[in-house]
Every structure is written in C-alpha cells, then in structure tokens.
Design a protein around this ligand. Structure first.
Ligand SMILES: CCCCC/C=C/C(=O)SCCNC(=O)CCNC(=O)[C@H](O)C(C)(C)COP(=O)(O)OP(=O)(O)OC[C@H]1O[C@@H](n2cnc3c(N)ncnc32)[C@H](O)[C@@H]1OP(=O)(O)O
Ligand code: NDP
Length: 268
C-alpha cells in the first residue's frame, strides 16, 4: 500500500537479510525504492541472497556476526565509505533453540542472550554513534518475538527479547532529541525458513497450534515485512517506543497446549 518511491534514496541495513523474514524485508525495501545492505554470518548463503535480491534494486552484502563488535564496526565503515549515511536499521538477525529452562546450561543461555540481546544492542550502539546521532535522524526496528505472556519452552529468548523490548522504550526516550525513532515488531509464529530449524516433534504440533491462534493461521513473512515498512515510513513519523504484535492476536490467547508441553511429552 505504500508508494513505490516511499524510500527513494534511503539507505537501509537489514541484519539476517539472507533468509526468511529478513529476506522479505530487504526485498520490500528495494521495491519501495531503498538501497539495501544485508548482513549475516554465512558468507556463501549471503552472497546468493544478495544476487537474488539484486533483481529488485541496489543491494550490498557483507558478512557480519552481530555478536562481534569489530565485525559490526567493519560493516559501519563499509556503509560510510560506500553511501556516507544510514537511514534505517532493521535488527532482524537472531534465533534460539527450544529447551525447558532446567536443561539450559550456561553456554546455551549465553549463546542466546549474546545473539538476541547483546548483539542487537551492539548493532544499535555502533550504527547510532556512526550515523544516526551525528545525522540527527534515524529509524530503528527491532524484530523480537511475541513474549507478551513469557515464552514457555524458550526462556532464554523470552528474556532476551523482553530486554530488547525494554531497551527500545528507553532509547525512544533517550534518543528523541536526535530525531531517532525506534520500535519493535513482535511476530507470533511465522511460516519461514526459521521454522525448519525446529525438531520434528515441534513441527508436528504446528497444525494444532494454528487452531489456538484467534486468526487461525500462522503469519506470513509478508505480514511481518508490512509492519516493518509501515513503521519505517513517514506514515509512522509520530510512532516511537512501541511494540507492534504481528501474531493474529496470539498474545491475547497464549496456547496452554504449547511448546513447553510438547517438550515435556517427548522428554519424559
Ligand atoms: C516453536 C515456534 C516458535 C516460534 C517463535 C520463534 C521462531 C523463530 O525464532 S524462527 C528462527 C529460528 N532460527 C534460529 O533459531 C536459527 C538460529 N539459531 C542459532 O543460531 C542457535 O540456536 C544459537 C542461537 C544458539 C546460536 O548458535 P551458536 O552460538 O553458533 O551456538 P552453538 O550452536 O555453538 O551452541 C552454543 C550452545 O547452545 C546450546 N545449544 C545450541 N543448540 C541447542 C539445541 N538445539 N539444544 C540444546 N542446546 C543447544 C548448547 O549448550 C551449545 O553448546 P554445545 O553443547 O557446546 O554445542
Ligand atoms: N519464524 C518465526 O516464527 C519467528 C521468527 N522471529 C524472529 O525473526 C527473525 C528472523 O527469523 P526467520 O527469518 O524466521 O529465521 P531464519 O533462521 O531464517 O533467520 C535468522 C537470520 O539471522 C541470521 N543470524 C542469526 N544469528 C546471527 C548472528 N549472530 N549474526 C548475524 N546474523 C545472524 C541468520 O543468518 P546466518 O545463519 O547466515 O547468520 C539468518 O539469516 C529472528 O530473529 C527470529 O527469531 C520471531 C518470531 C517468530
């Protein structure tokens, strides 16, 4: 619904843009006139995605693990040299593994917190200091997870994403003086490449899980991307510090037969 020139001349960075939700976001920004940079850890897959995305506009890619500050700084340097500015940062990279809390060891907990909370913060800080604060303008969207009622079966990511949600509110206040808007998009369960990473026992629950969602279906990657492009656009210029739940009202009706129960059933 946005005009095809909505993001003309805008420079957009999409982390985790090589697959799933991030790929769709990158594609939509390109189709709305932006120049897009994608990053992720796996160079080969990243390059392949960039080639595919180049059918829709100007796309640049650079490998970057968001848990490594030096790699984020290298990415910022490349963007500065190539474009001289950054207008929009989409923090989409992330992930976790399903596990009941009592089975998560320190290494697993730290891996997920580093990926989803610490990595996201480092990316925001570096891009704000290099671009948004000196420019006195910027838009940041953090893709989190629907953690409105906690996240039984994935306590680590629930904690990390709640941290990002609260960070978003703080930065909306602290950085309003710099004309930086920052919001979260909180997807429910989205049919994307990400779901393929879950074990069969969990994938087997998906049909039943859809019945517990008020809108009776999982989301599409386009549903998430639509929320992201809207919140990034001038249509949302008075919106900052919020979380937009893209979940068919799942957050109001958290499934009691959910992930934790499935995990318990195949562990015991
Ligand atoms: C069910 C519906 C849910 C809907 C809502 C959410 C959906 C999504 O988010 S879909 C997107 C999903 N995509 C991913 O999650 C992919 C990305 N995931 C990862 O990259 C990993 O899971 C990561 C987040 C842990 C990062 O991996 P990395 O830092 O490379 O860490 P390692 O693989 O070396 O693992 C470190 C440590 O973590 C523990 N661990 C990792 N995987 C599992 C597992 N499957 N089960 C149990 N524990 C796991 C473990 O302690 C690992 O250390 P080692 O034991 O030494 O291997
Ligand atoms: N699908 C779903 O149901 C939901 C997904 N989400 C969240 O949306 C986001 C996208 O998920 P989705 O597209 O489904 O899943 P994918 O697994 O396809 O996407 C995750 C992306 O993040 C990248 N990534 C992961 N860790 C890092 C890292 N440390 N540094 C840089 N890039 C990284 C991956 O690329 P690479 O491996 O090359 O690094 C990949 O491109 C994730 O944050 C996910 O947790 C939230 C709610 C629901």
């Amino acid at each position: 619904m946005l005009r095809s020139d909505t993001f003309n001349a805008k420079i957009v960075l999409v982390t985790g843009g090589r697959s799933g939700i991030g790929f769709q976001i990158a594609k939509d920004f390109l189709q709305l006139g932006a120049k897009v940079i994608i990053c992720s850890r796996k160079e080969e897959q990243l390059q392949k995605a960039a080639e595919e995305l180049s059918n829709f506009g100007e796309v640049t890619h650079q490998a970057c693990d968001i848990r490594k500050t030096e790699e984020i700084q290298q990415l910022a340097k490349m963007i500065k040299e190539k474009y001289g500015r950054l207008d929009i940062l989409i923090n989409n990279a992330g992930g976790q593994f399903p596990a009941l809390a009592e089975y998560i060891n320190d290494k697993g907990w730290n891996a997920v917190i580093n990926n989803n909370l610490n990595g996201t913060f480092s990316m925001i800080r570096e891009m704000a200091n290099t671009f948004f604060i000196p420019q006195k303008s910027g838009v940041i969207i953090n893709i989190i997870v629907d953690v409105f009622r906690g996240f039984p079966g994935m306590a680590h990511t629930g904690a990390a994403r709640a941290g990002v949600e609260n960070l978003t509110k703080t930065l909306a206040m602290e950085w309003s003086d710099f004309n930086i808007r920052i919001n979260c998009v909180a997807p429910g369960i989205i049919e994307s490449s990400g779901l393929d990473t879950y074990p069969k026992q969990i994938q087997d629950m998906f049909e039943e899980a859809q019945k517990a969602i008020p809108l009776k279906r999982f989301g599409k990657v386009e549903d998430v991307s639509n929320a992201v492009t809207f919140l990034s656009s001038p249509m949302a210029e008075y919106i900052t510090g919020i979380s937009l739940y893209v979940d068919g009202a799942q957050h109001l009706n958290f499934d009691k037969m959910g992930l934790a129960n499935v995990l318990k059933s195949f562990i015991s």
